[in-house]
Design a protein around this ligand. Structure first.
Ligand code: PEP
Ligand code: MG
Length: 532
């Protein structure tokens, strides 16, 4: 029996099963090279084969629609060709170009942008496999109940794995925001990632206990340990079933309705959230439209996405957050400059107010979609009343334009503010007079209140949503909202934490916006809250 450990919190379940150790095709870099034109020709042929394969996959899986855009982007080809031009073989050039692009994205502290880094690795792995003679499915032979063990799992791997059949994942690389963890949480699978070299201690067919709660893997446990985990696994399974039973119900606290909505980053997320029992979407991150494209999405493209999301909500609220980009989240075609302090820099509403035409295109699209459902608009990173006033003035201008053009929209669209900066907390009473709702964004609020970068492991003890200062700020915000009669929700990660439910309900929070995988758990916890 061996125990492996990680500090990464990937999901919140336990699984027992046999290891299926993934062996990849050797991606040894071929240094032998032909002439420059021969290498470019080899690369182009591999790229074309990759694009053709991705096109087929994209018909049934949206992950690949994003891959298709990236693979077809001139920037990708140019960066490889440049390396070939300076003497690399096609495979070496792919490895170098991939490293550059991945480093660029991985440095960004954002779930969606980190996921782009995985997509890039994934595409280059495919191109390299095609260069070396073809793509094989490394998951052939996975059996019901297996636990997948790999150095790394990329988005396209997920499309090859039957997520209904396996019990979990164990990987050497990966962080809590990597794709494998998001999938594990959404599918209630166990996952332990970031184990590094320890993964090599697992062999094909080993019996594994994967404990995502403690961040540990036990390899070939003795029978006593195995029995105790099998009991825990059964108990967790029974609890999950109980939770699932309330997922589709409305829930109340002290006779008042409590909405449990979901956070979504795409139209597909909205569909899944509603199927999973969400009472609406409390945070629709509009960034994906801008990041999955090599040019700014047009007003019509945005309208298509927002209205599809509104229809998927079927009359439930859809809260669209305007573009939260900037600082470390660079969109190449917007020409952002590198900043010394990106989190304190030009991001979110600051960018939108400075790029008014782009902001208008987004607001017009949101307004047009507002005629097709209960669409609400929410502004990120507000720190002053003037910013809110400025954003509302642009919104009014867009309404007037649409009215003059005879285009349908909701003149009374609800306007909300993300409370994610200490400044917003301190002026919450004034903001409340000027908007219809608040949504507390604890992910940023914690880092700004505690002056602790959410991605810096050395200060992670300070990045704590239960810190006295953060709890006080949350309570102050809710009190201001209740006093002013505006709705107050929470869409940061703390809303998905069942341990926070009682404190938040007592403080007066009646709207939770959570990860889709947490809807049942949070609804269940609300129904079980003591004072209920
Ligand atoms: C937040 O800051 O809590 C939030 C929901 O926004 P994001 O995580 O997208 O920055
Ligand atoms: Mg935020």
């Amino acid at each position: 029996m061996k125990s492996l450990h990680t500090s990464v919190r990937a999901s919140d379940t336990i699984a027992v099963g046999r290891a299926f150790v993934v062996t990849r095709q050797s991606a040894t870099v071929v240094a032998d090279r032909g002439s420059e034109s021969e290498e470019i020709e080899r690369f182009d042929a591999a790229l074309q084969s990759s694009i053709a394969q991705i096109e087929v996959l994209a018909e049934s899986n949206d992950i690949f629609a994003a891959h298709l855009e990236i693979a077809s982007d001139e920037m990708l080809r140019d960066s490889v060709v440049e390396y070939i031009g300076s003497g690399s073989s096609a495979t070496e050039a792919c490895q170098s170009a991939c490293g550059d692009l991945v480093a660029m994205f991985a440095a960004m502290d954002d779930e969606y942008l980190s996921a782009r880094a995985d997509d890039i690795k994934d595409i280059f792995a495919r191109i390299t496999a095609n260069l070396l003679g073809g793509v094989v499915n490394p998951f052939e032979g996975v059996k019901q109940g297996d636990i997948i063990v790999a150095k790394e799992l990329l988005p396209s791997d997920m499309a090859l794995i039957d997520l209904g059949a396996i019990r979990g994942f164990v990987t050497a690389l990966g962080s809590t925001t990597s794709h494998v963890c998001i999938m594990a949480r959404n599918h209630s699978l166990a996952a332990v990632v970031g184990l590094g070299e320890q993964v090599a201690q697992i062999a094909m067919g080993d019996m594994l206990i994967v404990d995502s709660i403690e961040g540990g893997v036990i390899v070939n446990p003795d029978s006593q340990t195995l029995d105790s985990y099998l009991v825990r696994e059964l108990n967790l399974e029974a609890l999950r079933k109980e939770q699932q039973a309330v997922a589709q119900n409305g829930v109340e606290y002290q006779g008042e309705k409590v909405a449990v909505m979901a956070n979504a980053g795409s139209v597909e997320d909205v569909v899944k959230a509603i199927e999973s029992g969400a009472d609406g979407i409390g945070l629709f991150r509009s960034e994906f439209l801008y990041l999955n494209s090599s040019v700014e999405p047009t007003e019509d493209e945005q309208y298509e996405a927002y209205s599809a999301a509104a229809r998927a909500c079927g009359g439930r609220p859809l809260t669209i957050r305007t573009l939260d980009i900037g600082g470390d989240k660079a969109v190449p075609y917007l020409g952002f400059e590198r900043e010394e302090n990106p989190f304190l820099g030009w991001r979110a509403i600051r960018v939108s107010l400075d790029m008014e035409q782009m902001f208008c295109r987004q607001l017009r699209a949101i307004l047009r979609a507002s005629s097709e459902g209960d669409v609400r608009v929410m502004f990120p990173m507000i720190t002053t009343i003037e910013e809110l006033a400025g954003a509302k003035a642009v919104l009014e201008k867009c309404k007037a334009e649409l009215k003059a053009e005879g285009v349908a929209h909701n003149q009374n669209i609800k306007v909300g503010v993300m409370i994610e900066t200490p400044a917003a907390v301190l002026i919450a009473d004034s903001l409340a007079e000027q908007c219809d709702f608040f949504s507390i964004g604890t992910n940023d609020l914690v880092q700004y209140i505690m002056a602790a970068d959410r991605a810096n492991i050395k200060v992670s003890h300070l990045y704590n949503p239960y810190s006295a200062a953060v709890v006080k700020a949350i309570k102050m915000t809710i009190v201001s909202a209740v006093k002013a009669g505006v709705e107050c929700g929470m869409c940061g990660e703390l809303a998905s934490d069942s341990s926070a439910v009682e404190m938040l309900l007592e403080a007066g929070l009646r709207k939770f916006s959570v990860n889709t995988g947490s809807i049942a758990k949070i609804k269940y916890t609300i129904t079980k809250t003591k004072t209920n």
